[in-house]
Ligand binder design. Structure first.
Ligand code: SAH
Ligand code: SF4
Length: 361
């Protein structure tokens, strides 16, 4: 069986080719062709020796999930649905802005963490994506977006904010992140790659040493009482432990603040006393807040806070010197906004939550 080159890391590839008698530096050459030049045909990789090209085609291949649909919003936001087999599909979103292009990447088919306001969470969980399926989203987006007007690849920033909880698929996410950061592949700066997590504390501690990138925490509540309800993983890793892990993460992070994401749910977590409670909660943690207007989906049972309430909430945080932005909703007309990514999830068996409950993660 051929090995998909997108599914192994550079060290593994180097040792495989060395075993077969080829120079290890060939692996780096191949990576450049594959990720920088976006070539997959070994015969076009002109500086590779013929016998090495033959070895490659006998043992390796480069395969991608196929595109089930590709929609562009009136505001330029683009969303793809990628087929990842057995009737499952994941979503990837590209958000173009003047000075950057941000790709929102999925890490799992569905999500097992069941945050009550999240469409992905409501879908249930099928499985983790492998390294190839994660990095393919970046490879294909760069390839499919017209970049003729620019010297650079269109994707300049990556946020792991698509379907799934990235830190519940730790090994595959970290190996894909390493490809994003590696100069021989995408060479993105650690500041431009963000992992968003609902708060898997042990994995945050691990990420700090294995692959520190920008960190966003889905906080969404000012106290354990509300957070237990809307972000159930809080029962396992309550706010005190979560904030301690944020402080520790900052010791080795590429940015000197944590971004706290906060979805604005009318009558649930959007009261002005909640904002004051937040100020106290984060007083020792350098941070910025990003308020996310709740994006509705059928039968969610929630409503978005009124605009005036969001602005008043923001003002309280700002008055206490916490930089607070309100996320612009993009891709509204193609359901590409935060929390609306539903993909196509079959066999929703919630395996991750079982593993967590059994204490295996
Ligand atoms: N699992 C990770 C990353 C994916 S979700 C996490 O939870 O952080 C990306 C962001 O969108 C998270 O902050 C998530 O809480 C938020 N989100 C989920 N559903 C939403 C909705 N319906 N409206 C607005 N934001 C939502
Ligand atoms: Fe999973 Fe994040 Fe959605 Fe929660 S908000 S269910 S962790 S994808």
């Amino acid at each position: 069986m051929l090995i998909n080159l997108l599914d192994i890391d550079l060290d593994t590839f180097q040792s495989q080719i060395a075993k077969a008698g080829h120079q290890p530096y060939r692996a780096k050459q191949l990576w450049r062709w594959l990720f920088k030049e976006e070539l997959t045909d070994f015969d076009l990789m002109t500086d590779l020796a013929k016998d090495f090209r033959l070895f490659l085609s006998n043992n390796y291949e480069v395969t991608f999930p196929s595109v089930k649909f590709d929609h562009t919003s009136t505001d330029g936001t683009r969303k793809w649905l990628f087929d990842v087999g057995t009737s499952n599909a994941i979503e990837t979103v590209f958000i173009p802005e003047k000075s950057r292009g941000t790709l929102c990447i999925s890490s799992q088919v569905g999500c097992a963490l069941e945050c009550t306001f999240c469409s992905t969470g409501r879908q249930g969980f099928n499985r983790n994506l492998n390294q190839a399926e994660i990095i393919s989203q970046l490879w294909m987006a760069n390839k499919m977006i017209d970049s003729t007007s620019s010297q650079h690849k269109p994707v300049t920033n990556v946020v792991m904010m698509g379907m799934g909880e990235p830190l519940a698929n730790y090994d595959n996410v970290v190996s894909a992140l390493k490809i994003m950061l590696d100069d021989k592949a995408y060479g993105l700066s650690r500041r431009r790659v963000t992992v968003s997590t609902s708060g898997l504390v042990p994995a945050i501690e691990k990420l700090k040493n294995d692959c520190p990138v920008s960190l966003a925490i889905s906080l969404h509540a000012p106290n354990d009482f509300i957070r237990d309800e809307i972000v159930p993983i809080n029962k396992k890793y309550p706010l005190k432990a979560l904030l301690a892990s944020c402080d520790s993460y900052l010791e080795n992070a590429p940015r000197d603040f944590i971004t706290f994401e906060y979805v604005m749910l009318k009558g649930v977590n959007d009261q002005l006393e909640h904002a004051l409670e937040l100020v106290k909660l984060v007083k020792n943690t350098p941070c910025k807040f990003n308020l996310i207007p709740f994006n509705p989906f059928p039968k969610s049972g929630y409503e978005c806070s009124d605009r005036s309430q969001i602005l008043a909430f923001q003002k309280i945080l700002m008055d206490h010197e916490i930089i607070t932005t309100i996320r612009k909703t993009r891709g509204d007309d193609i359901d590409a906004a935060c929390g609306q990514l539903a993909g196509d999830v079959k066999d929703k068996t919630k395996r991750t939550i079982r593993l967590i409950q059994e204490g295996k993660r």
